[in-house]
Design a protein around this ligand. Structure first.
Ligand code: 6PG
Length: 232
């Protein structure tokens, strides 16, 4: 399946269109299987999307949600992705979503990995919708180039893996590449000319050249629908 690009003139128009698409996907999953599961991205980009999504007409009590990755910080920490989700998505009618937290009270994600794995084993698989961001180094989720745990996280049969980013702050917990790739629909949500250019380069260069870009490794492994939603 080829990568389908969707460009938008503004962030608000992208957020509205993507929220509507996700709502359709979730309601279709609920109609087909009685439940829907979604994994959303972290970082700063998705806050507006979460707000637009929370206002969609979805049977939210039948939706299970989590994050594709998380910084190993308390939920009240300013850098917590879960904090962004709770403040922008789990509001109004969408507060009925069953959110599965990717963090625990363990001192590190490596110590907490087994507990989070057990929690994620109860999430209906594969994910019906999975949203990915991308960093300026081509990382996605917390699959960071040059991380010592990268090859494990790209091959593991487990759902999650602990990662220590070489540069980015905080140790992380991330969905593994195989878990991401099995999702029924994968949507890359990015903004800015720089990220568009980086993603185009990662996707068009010879495979051997782009091995250092985890976003390429992930998208090459996705057999189902895969989209890019982008605005400048
Ligand atoms: C995180 C992420 C990460 C993020 C990209 C883009 O926890 O940082 O999940 O993969 O999606 O770094 O982040 P921005 O949206 O803030 O540019």
């Amino acid at each position: 399946m080829s990568l389908q690009w969707h460009d938008f003139p503004s962030k608000d128009e992208l957020d509205a269109a993507l929220a509507a698409k996700i709502a359709l996907d979730l309601n279709a999953a609920i109609a087909a299987r009685g439940v829907a599961s979604i994994a959303v991205s972290g970082g700063r980009t998705p806050a507006g999307l979460f707000k637009a999504l929370s206002e969609q007409d979805v049977a939210w009590d039948k939706v299970v949600a989590t994050l594709v990755d998380e910084r190993w910080v308390p939920v009240e920490h300013a850098d917590s992705n879960e904090r962004t989700v709770r403040q922008n998505l789990l509001v109004g009618a969408a507060s009925a979503i069953r959110f599965v937290s990717p963090v625990s009270s363990a001192a590190t994600p490596h110590e907490g990995e087994a507990e989070i794995e057990a929690r994620f084993a109860k999430i209906p698989a594969p994910f019906d919708v999975l949203i990915l961001g991308m960093g300026d180094d081509g990382h996605t989720a917390s699959l960071f180039p040059a991380a010592s745990e990268l090859e494990h996280a790209c091959a593991a049969t487990s759902r999650v893996a602990a990662v220590t980013p070489p540069v980015a702050p905080h140790k992380r917990i991330t969905l593994t590449l195989p878990t991401i790739a099995q999702a029924r629909e994968v949507i890359v949500h990015i903004t800015g000319e720089g990220k568009k250019s980086l993603l185009q380069t990662a996707m068009t260069e010879h495979k051997a050249v782009t091995e250092q870009y985890p976003i390429r490794r992930v998208l090459d492994a996705v057999a189902s629908n895969k989209h890019v939603f982008w605005t400048a």
